[in-house]
Design a protein around this ligand. Structure first.
Ligand code: 9MR
Length: 372
C-alpha cells in the first residue's frame, strides 16, 4: 500500500459518485452522453504518473492528423497531468517516416519528440516494421532490389535519426501468426526474407542506437497459448544466438470477458521469467460484445475491475526492474480506434469520457497502482 490517505480520497471520490455513479440515459449517437456524472474535478484526482515507478504512457495523434495534440489542444491538460510517456498512434509508422525510397520524413515526429522532451515525457517509437498494408509505403511494396539491404537501411536510418529522442522502439510489430503453419505472419517481409527479417531488424536497430530499448510487440499473446508459445520459442532462439531483444510489448487490446486474469498473468510471467522487460503497450478494454446502446453502470464497474486486475497481474508477474511501463491506446472513448471500425458499433474502452473526466476504469488503474 503506497498511500493510505490517497486511497481514502479515491474511495471517497468513487463512493461519492466521482467514479461509480453516472447516468445511463445516453443515446448511442452521442458519445458526449457517456460523460454524465462519472466526472471528478480535474484537480481532485491523482496523477497516474505519480503512482508508479515506471512509465505511464498515452498513445497520441500528431501533425495534421485527426485528434492531433497540436490541433485539439483541449486534451493537453489531461495528457500532461497523467502521462510521462508518449507514443505516436500513426505518424511514426513506415509510410509516414519513409514515404519514398530516398526520402525520410522526420519533421512531424521531431515535433512530437520536442513536445515530449519539453513536457518531461519520454517518447516510445512505434513501429519500425509492421505488416499493415496501408502503413507500408507503395515504393516498398513494389521494391525489386535487395530486400534485406533495403530494410536494414530503413531501420538504421530511422533509429539513428531518433537516437537520444526516442528511448525505446517497437522494432517489429505483429510478426507471429498462430494460424499459419510456420507460426509467422505471411507478410510481405516474410514472403521476401522468411523470418530472418525479424532478427536483422533488431541487429540493425541495436547498431544504430545502442542506447534504445528494443521491443518485440504483438497482440493476443495473453489470449492464445499457441501464439505465446511461438513468441517464446522465437525469443529463446534469439537469446541463444545473441539477437538483441530487450523486451516484449503485450498490446493488451482486451475486453471485460476473457481471457482469465490467471492466463494473462501467466503470459506476463513467462516473458519476465526469461529476463525480458515487459510492457503493456496499447491497453484498452472493450465492453460491448453484445452491441448494447448504453454503457450501463454495472458494465462500468466490470470494466473498472478488469483494468485493475490486469494491472495487478502485471505488477505481480513482472519484477520492478523489468517493468517497461503501461501505455493506454487513446485518451477518450469517442476517439478510440475501436470506434473507427464500424459505424454501427460503439464501445467505451478507455479511461476517460469525452469531456476528459475520469471513468470508473481510471479509478481501477489508480487502485491497482496504489495496491502495490
Ligand atoms: O490506433 C491506430 C489507428 O488510429 C490507425 O488507423 C491504425 C493503422 O495505422 O493503427 C492503429 O493502431 C494499431 C497499432 O499500431 C498496432 N496494434 C493495433 C492498433 C490498433 O489497430
Amino acid at each position: 500500500m503506497k498511500n493510505l490517505v490517497l486511497l481514502a480520497l479515491i474511495s471517497c471520490l468513487v463512493a461519492c459518485g466521482g467514479g461509480g455513479g453516472g447516468s445511463n440515459h445516453q443515446t448511442s449517437s452521442t458519445y458526449a452522453s457517456s460523460i454524465s456524472s462519472d466526472s471528478s474535478s480535474f484537480s481532485s484526482v491523482p496523477a497516474l504518473k505519480d503512482l508508479a515507478d515506471f512509465p505511464i504512457g498515452m498513445e497520441v495523434s500528431a501533425a495534421d492528423q485527426p485528434r492531433s495534440i497540436f490541433i485539439e489542444k483541449s486534451q493537453l491538460p489531461t495528457i500532461n497531468k497523467h502521462f510521462n510517456s508518449l507514443v505516436a498512434g500513426v505518424i511514426m509508422k513506415m509510410s509516414f517516416l519513409h514515404p519514398e525510397e530516398f526520402n525520410y520524413h522526420y519533421t512531424d515526429a521531431d515535433d512530437l519528440a520536442d513536445y515530449a522532451a519539453e513536457n518531461g515525457m519520454i517518447l516510445h517509437g512505434h513501429t519500425l516494421i509492421w505488416h499493415w498494408d496501408s502503413q507500408i509505403p507503395d515504393w516498398m511494396k513494389n521494391y525489386t532490389g535487395d530486400w534485406q539491404a533495403m530494410l536494414d537501411d530503413h531501420v538504421t536510418q530511422i533509429t539513428a535519426h531518433f537516437a537520444g529522442k526516442v528511448v525505446s522502439w517497437d522494432v517489429v510489430n505483429e510478426a507471429i501468426d498462430p494460424e499459419t503453419e510456420s507460426g509467422f505472419r505471411e507478410s510481405i517481409f516474410y514472403q521476401k526474407l522468411g523470418s530472418k527479417y525479424i532478427e536483422n531488424a533488431f541487429i540493425a536497430a541495436r547498431e544504430a542506437d545502442p542506447a534504445a530499448v528494443l521491443y518485440y510487440n504483438d497482440f493476443a499473446m495473453e489470449a492464445s497459448q499457441r501464439k505465446l508459445e511461438l513468441m517464446l520459442a522465437m525469443l529463446d532462439d534469439f537469446k541463444e544466438r545473441g539477437i538483441p531483444v530487450d523486451g516484449v510489448g503485450f498490446q493488451m487490446h482486451t475486453n471485460i470477458f476473457d481471457p482469465s486474469i490467471e492466463q494473462i498473468q501467466a503470459s506476463f510471467k513467462a516473458v519476465a521469467d526469461r529476463g525480458y522487460i515487459v510492457r503493456i503497450s496499447e491497453m484498452d478494454v472493450t465492453v460491448n460484445r453484445f452491441n448494447e446502446q448504453f454503457f450501463y453502470n454495472h458494465i462500468k464497474e466490470l470494466q473498472k475491475q478488469r483494468y485493475k486486475n490486469i494491472i495487478k497481474a502485471y505488477l505481480a508477474a513482472v519484477p520492478a526492474a523489468q517493468r517497461g511501463g503501461i501505455t493506454f491506446w487513446g485518451l477518450v472513448d469517442g476517439e478510440s480506434w475501436v470506434n473507427e471500425l464500424d459505424p454501427d458499433y460503439r464501445d467505451w474502452p478507455l479511461l476517460f469520457n469525452d469531456d476528459y473526466s475520469p471513468k470508473p476504469a481510471f479509478f481501477g488503474v489508480v487502485e491497482a497502482l496504489l495496491d502495490e
